[in-house]
Design a protein around this ligand. Structure first.
Ligand code: SAH
Length: 238
């Protein structure tokens, strides 16, 4: 039997109505009916088995039968900081980072950054994170935050035990990721890359500059590749 369908809820309660969007999806796309089992998650890491009580014209009512802690969350806390990208590239990065198990995505503006951010775009990124979490069976939705400057973003990652700054002008063949601990902050620039001063700022704040090899990767490739190798090194992709 297929796994129960998953629905995101803002706040969990024993008896509840799914949001208008989730209700539409449950009713019109998945064609759920009374008695069907579903899984609810609220982004906190817990998930809930629930049963459909009633399908109304535009609302689906469910009741929770039991709570469980998800076993799909990574044992490592990864913050990915990425320069704001053009078009829908930032969305792509948020989606892939969520699937890979990243805990937080910080989007920043930097010197050579050509894209801008606004409330609508940020809300869209958060929605992408929710959808991706749902699809990959995560019970935690990565937080998506915007920082107006690179320095602000770098400071937000300061508590991480490993701080990695992917820098395209560093020579290839360096030390690599090093020995990873339980929290990592990884930084990748936008299409325009980083300036020498930005690299210096990162160094001053305790970030280790790393190379991703002899070829220059597109920003979104670099972000996804770096998140992947971190997760692999942490034993999360096995
Ligand atoms: N416009 C720049 C390239 C930017 S690539 C240029 O022409 O040189 C976008 C971001 O991806 C970079 O800021 C860096 O964070 C990352 N990146 C891409 N290739 C990389 C590499 N070989 N080593 C380290 N970081 C890399």
């Amino acid at each position: 039997m297929a796994a129960p369908k998953r629905f995101y809820v803002e706040q969990i309660a024993d008896d509840m109505t799914l949001s208008a969007e989730e209700s539409r999806h449950a009713k019109n796309v998945l064609r759920l009916s009374e008695g069907d089992e579903v899984t609810l998650f609220d982004g906190s890491g817990r998930e809930y088995s629930a049963v459909v009580d009633h399908v109304a014209r535009d609302a689906v009512h469910v009741h929770v039968v039991r709570e469980a802690v998800s076993d799909r969350e990574p044992g490592i806390c990864v913050t990915l900081l990425i320069g704001a990208l053009k078009g829908d590239k930032t969305e792509l990065v948020v989606q892939k980072a969520t699937e890979l198990g990243v805990t937080r995505v910080g989007v920043f503006s930097s010197r050579y950054c050509a894209a801008y951010m606004n409330e609508n775009k940020l809300e869209r990124l958060r929605r992408v994170a929710r959808e991706a979490a749902k699809q990959c069976l995560r019970a935690t939705v990565p937080e998506v935050v915007y920082y107006e400057s690179l320095e602000e973003a770098l400071r937000a990652g300061e508590d991480s035990r490993n701080k990695l700054f992917a820098c395209e002008f560093l020579p290839a063949g360096g030390e690599g990721l090093g020995r990873l601990q339980d929290s990592v902050c990884a930084v990748v620039g936008s299409e325009g890359g980083f300036s020498e001063e930005e690299y210096e700022t990162a160094r001053r704040l305790g970030y280790a500059g790393i190379s991703l090899g002899r070829r220059i990767l597109r920003a979104e490739t670099a972000a996804i590749a770096l998140a992947s190798v971190i997760m692999y090194a942490a034993g999360e992709l096995q």
